[in-house]
Design a binder for this molecule. Structure first.
Ligand SMILES: [Fe+2]
Ligand SMILES: [Fe+2]
Length: 170
């Protein structure tokens, strides 16, 4: 007699959905550029974007909220697709926090085909710093997931910058 397959955990299901809806973006030349751009502390823009997409899916599954999963995953993966080093001090890279969502949308529209929901996810993800609120629940999930991941990434970096902690764990 065959034993029943073990059901996937929510985290495992989130990874499966991420691969199903975003694998082509993750392996695209554009997103590979993000691997060279450090974002929050030692975290790259690529790792941050994947983490935000995974977190958004996880939250929607946990809360059992019906979403357009494909649009949410694709918007989340591209939400920081601005493709420059925001610390380089170059002209046009000032006021990064206020401007990069629009730049990310411009780049994403140039390189990929986006649904209206994915577009909203990208351009609204900096709410409330950018004052126009998200229009769709998918955008709300990504906006929240972005903040949760950013705090986690910054705190991880700050923790490891403390010399006493580094020594203790060396
Ligand atoms: Fe952002
Ligand atoms: Fe972000």
């Amino acid at each position: 007699m065959q034993s029943a397959a073990k059901p996937l955990s929510t985290a495992e299901l989130a990874v499966r959905l991420l691969e199903l809806h975003g694998e082509d973006l993750i392996s695209s030349a554009g997103m590979q550029i993000e691997k060279r751009l450090s974002h929050h502390g030692s975290i790259t823009c690529f790792d941050h974007s994947v983490a935000v997409a995974k977190m958004s899916v996880y939250m929607a599954l946990k809360l059992r909220v019906r979403v357009d999963m494909r649009s949410m995953v694709r918007g989340a993966l591209l939400h920081d697709y601005f493709l420059y080093d925001w610390r380089d001090g170059e002209a046009g890279h000032d006021l990064h926090g206020f401007k990069h969502a629009r730049r990310a949308l411009q780049n994403a529209e140039r390189d990929f085909t986006l649904s209206p929901i994915a577009r909203d996810v990208i351009v609204k993800h900096m709410f409330p710093l950018n004052i126009t609120p998200p229009r769709y629940r998918e955008s709300v999930f990504v906006t929240v997931a972005d903040k949760v991941c950013a705090v986690r990434e910054f705190s991880k970096s700050v923790w490891w910058m403390l010399p006493v902690v580094r020594r203790k764990h060396a």
